[in-house]
Write a protein that binds this ligand. Structure first.
Ligand code: I3P
Length: 109
């Protein structure tokens, strides 16, 4: 599964609220491969290796839980991802259908 997703980091490892200055929305080209959600600056090009930045932004979705972010009302089509290490990330998909597909794919990993 691939597609554009805007990400907001809500909580860091151990569930601590992400500090101000690091809570902004940022759009990535997301690629779910195995148990890793890669968040790349640009659309995937097979001939190009992942940058250090791309690797830093990658999220393990192993034992993670995705659900519709029902408590977040500022934007539509937002899903919440709780990772095994207690990070909380919000992702805005481009449509409701895309959001649901991401939730299903992430939870089936
Ligand atoms: C954040 C940024 C986010 C905003 C967040 C701010 O500032 O403006 O867009 O979330 O509010 O802290 P920064 O980029 O300096 O981290 P929303 O878009 O959801 O309002 P928050 O701290 O209330 O989450």
């Amino acid at each position: 599964k691939t597609g554009f997703l805007a990400r907001k980091i809500h909580a860091d490892m151990d569930g601590k609220k992400t500090p101000r200055g690091k809570r902004g929305w940022k759009t990535f080209y997301a690629v779910l491969k195995g148990t890793v959600l890669y968040l790349q600056k640009d659309e995937y090009k097979p001939e190009k290796a992942l940058s250090e930045e791309d690797l830093k932004n990658a999220v393990s979705v192993h034992h993670a839980l995705a659900s519709k972010a029902t408590d977040y009302e500022k934007k539509p089509n937002v899903l919440k991802l709780k990772t095994a290490d207690w990070r909380v990330l919000l992702f805005q998909a481009q449509t409701q259908e895309e959001m649901q597909t991401w939730i299903n794919k992430i939870n089936c990993v």
